[in-house]
Design a protein around this ligand. Structure first.
Ligand code: ATP
Length: 304
């Protein structure tokens, strides 16, 4: 992140800007890098020394040590050590417009706060990691590696399949109101507990006769491939819906039936859907009674 105009509250009535500064320092004992970042308010007249001083205060760093401010430009991985009298705000105003707004550090254009050694050279931490990251970035820029993707609509495409990555991906998508994610031909649904406007006839039409995975994951896509597989192969199809209590199985069944009846009727105002949905609870009871096993509560069936 870089700079954000903060109105005219700066020194001497000048426009003030927020500079985002990422410390790249090693703590003396563990040599683990310091992670926090800070936001410093500066004007065009603020020098690098002023900004470093504010960052030291904000990050509660050891003021007896010497620090440098390094401007990082993503393009080409350029890094520039600022002189004590340079104006960091002036540097930022030369960045592309989009880079001047707040953005994640991985999008480039930011400041690093690094420590100087006694001889004036910069004390680099995690050189290996940094050069690895720079090398990867350059390979991406040259098109030799795929661009890192923000989220994956199919969990099978995760670069590293770990529980943490999987949950992170589901959460990232959920926060963008993308409640459905594929895992191959399996559809994972995260219960939003609120109505989302993604179940109207427009969506039935959009997913009709489309290959699974071509469009954004959706329960209608599953209904559609099942319906057309039945028509093509003349074989009964089965959709298994599983999840803990309250996860949205009944709701998903209703959406599936809604889509299946719409596809079979080619009209959306049919009474068939209401009849099938109305029969659901009765079918569930019959199913549970005919399967007198311990898991009866967890099982239900609906034949259309
Ligand atoms: N896709 C969805 N969109 C909006 N709300 C949903 C969705 N799925 C589930 N819900 C909400 O979650 C509630 C619980 O869902 P549902 O009754 O389908 O769970 P269930 O898995 O069938 O539970 P149980 O196993 O206890 O019968 C619903 O009443 C509904 O409010």
């Amino acid at each position: 992140m870089s700079v954000k105009e903060a109105g005219s509250s700066g020194h001497r009535g000048q426009a003030a800007y927020h500079l985002h500064i990422y410390p790249q320092l090693a703590t003396s004992e563990s040599q683990a890098p310091c992670q926090a970042s800070c936001r410093v308010t500066a004007t065009k007249d603020s020098t690098t020394s002023d900004v470093i001083q504010d960052a030291i205060t904000s990050l509660q760093l050891d003021g007896s040590k010497r620090y440098v401010l390094v401007e990082v430009k993503e393009t080409g991985g350029e890094e520039w050590v600022l002189d004590a009298n340079d104006s960091p705000v002036h540097r930022v105003l030369l960045w592309p417009r989009r880079a001047q707004d707040e953005h994640p550090q991985e999008d480039g254009y930011y400041f690093l706060l690094q420590e100087r050694n006694a001889d004036g050279t910069i004390k680099y931490v995690h050189m290996q990691l940094m050069s690895q990251a720079t090398a990867t970035r350059r390979l991406v820029e040259r098109g030799l590696l795929p661009r890192p993707q923000a989220d994956f609509d199919d969990l099978c495409n995760l670069p590293e399949l770990t529980e943490e990555n999987l949950l992170k991906n589901l959460k990232h998508r959920f926060l963008q109101q993308k409640i459905y994610t594929y895992a191959g031909s399996i559809l994972v649904a995260v219960n939003p507990f609120k109505f989302l406007p993604i179940y109207n006839p427009k969506y039935v039409k959009m997913y009709e006769n489309q290959q699974l995975g071509k469009l954004e994951p959706h329960v209608f896509a599953l209904a559609d491939v099942t319906y057309y597989a039945m028509l093509r192969k003349h074989v009964n199809q089965c959709i298994v819906i599983s999840g803990e209590s309250g996860s949205g199985k009944t709701q998903s069944t209703n959406f599936l039936i809604h889509c299946l009846t719409a596809l079979s009727q080619k009209g959306y105002a049919s009474g068939v859907e209401r009849t099938i949905l109305g029969a659901g609870p009765v079918l569930e009871v019959l199913w549970a009674k005919s399967h007198l096993c311990q898991e009866a509560r967890l099982s239900s069936a609906c034949a259309v």
